[in-house]
Design a protein around this ligand. Structure first.
Ligand code: NAD
Length: 243
């Protein structure tokens, strides 16, 4: 265990009020690409359109077929499995040391590892809803029509993933809970996020606790406020801690 990992171990050991705030980088070691790394989803070209344009509310409404053709990548990754970080957070919650996981991710990986108090700022690909009658569906329904527009088996309406697309507001109850947990945390571990997607990235400013830890390959705009910065793969870090 290197010096930084040892410091992290001590910080975790000394607290029963830890909150984890994460992003797409927490799932790369499970095989799910992030957005902004060199092989991330943003690096893919889709008929000259960016992922940001496609994953937007207007694009979904007016170019639904193209949206779903692109969106099938999320179905491809739905079988990915959690790694040591996800396992660690679930275990720390069971031990009553971790209060909440707040994530920008939409892949359900924390719940798959056993975490229960998870606030998904951007929703989840695992939940989907008919736009006409509100009937809910799992990702299996999206997988069935792989790349094509999925329709409700009750009323024939178009099914929309319960993910927050660009141009859409975040759920206010999720935002309130996330802000409360962060503002009351003693330790905040921020991992695998470029902290560039607004407003999610701004939640860090609610933090006024004792130990801010950032585990990210690249620099973030909150680095100057962190007590500990780790540039190693986040899953490997938690593996070294024995998870
Ligand atoms: P991002 O792609 O902007 O940034 C990811 C950051 O994580 C980068 O700085 C990268 O260097 C770092 N990173 C990658 N792998 C890492 C690892 N193993 N260990 C440590 N650091 C690592 O992601 P973001 O900040 O979460 O913002 C992107 C948006 O894209 C989010 O809103 C999210 O909803 C969405 N997204 C989600 C998923 C998912 O659910 N898995 C995947 C792609 C994008």
């Amino acid at each position: 265990m290197n010096e930084n990992t040892e410091k992290l171990r001590k910080i975790i050991e000394g607290s029963d009020n830890i909150v984890f705030f994460g992003g797409a980088g927490t799932s790369t070691e499970s095989g799910i690409p992030d957005f902004r790394s060199s092989n991330g989803i943003y690096s893919r070209d889709y008929n000259g359109l960016s992922a940001e344009e496609i994953l937007s509310h207007g694009f979904f409404l007016y170019r639904t077929e193209e949206f779903y053709d692109f969106y099938k990548i999320f179905v491809d990754y739905s079988k990915a499995q959690p790694h040591a970080l996800h396992r660690a957070l679930a275990q720390l919650e069971n031990e009553k040391k971790l209060r909440a996981v707040i994530t920008q991710n939409i892949d359900g990986m924390h719940q798959k590892a056993g975490s229960r108090r998870v606030y998904e700022l951007h929703g989840s690909t695992l939940r989907n809803r008919c736009m006409r009658c509100d009937k809910e569906f799992g990702i299996d329904k999206i997988a069935e029509s792989y790349g094509k527009v999925p329709h409700c088996d009750k009323c024939g309406g178009v099914i929309k993933p319960c993910v927050v697309l660009y141009e859409e507001p975040l759920d206010s109850s999720v935002m309130t809970a996330a802000a409360e947990y962060i503002s009351q945390a003693d330790v905040l571990i921020v991992g695998g996020t470029s902290l560039t997607v607004y407003p999610a990235s701004d939640f860090i400013r609610y933090y006024s606790g004792k130990h801010l830890v950032i585990i990210n390959y690249e620099e973030t705009r909150y680095d100057s406020r962190a007590e500990l910065i780790i540039r190693d793969p986040i899953g490997k870090v938690f593996e070294q801690l024995g998870y």
